[in-house]
Ligand binder design. Structure first.
Ligand code: RP5
Length: 165
């Protein structure tokens, strides 16, 4: 069975972070659905999404939110699917408040937290989880690492040619 990734953002002002995740998922051929549900402004819709996620074919949830970011934790409280939290930079505190709100979950309800605005890594981590049951996806992730490796080697070569006479 192929699982979808369920992506939730607390506000459409988080969309630029989510687009980093969706483009990464698309490049790996992973299906996803995207919603705006807020832990504070639409708590019932957020909760219902989490409670229905498993039966709706979702295998991993990505939750992006800024400020007092309770979204990932509140979704995680309502499902045993893995939840990946993206703290978003959205206030005068630069995202550190969202990082701490997302990462500092009490024992019993984990949220796998990526970097502030870390949409790409959230997508890659969700892909790595889904790849446990999907050999084709596992191979795509290995290919992705190889491409990344070759890109950095090429950059080193270019920089060395310019500066290391
Ligand atoms: C959070 O508050 C959202 O995730 C967003 O990052 C932040 C600000 O939301 P808006 O006021 O821009 O809708 O709930």
């Amino acid at each position: 069975m192929k699982y979808k990734v369920g992506i939730v953002m607390g506000s459409d002002s988080d969309l630029h972070v989510i687009e980093k995740a969706t483009s990464t998922l698309s490049s790996l051929g992973i299906e996803y659905e995207v919603h705006v549900y807020s832990a504070h402004r639409t708590p019932d819709e957020a909760a219902q999404f989490a409670m229905d996620a498993e039966k709706n074919g979702i295998g991993v949830i990505i939750a992006a939110a800024g400020m007092a970011a309770h979204l990932a934790g509140s979704l995680a409280a309502r499902t045993t699917l893995p939840v990946i939290g993206i703290p978003c930079k959205s206030s005068n505190l630069g995202g550190i408040e969202a990082l701490l709100s997302t990462v500092q979950m009490p024992s019993g309800i984990p949220v796998a937290t990526v970097a502030i605005d870390g949409g790409v890594n959230a997508a890659l981590l969700s892909a790595q989880i889904l790849a446990l049951g999907d050999p084709e996806l596992a191979q795509k992730l290995k290919d992705h690492r190889k491409t990344q490796y070759e890109g950095v080697i090429a950059k080193d070569k270019a920089v060395a040619e310019k500066f290391n006479k």
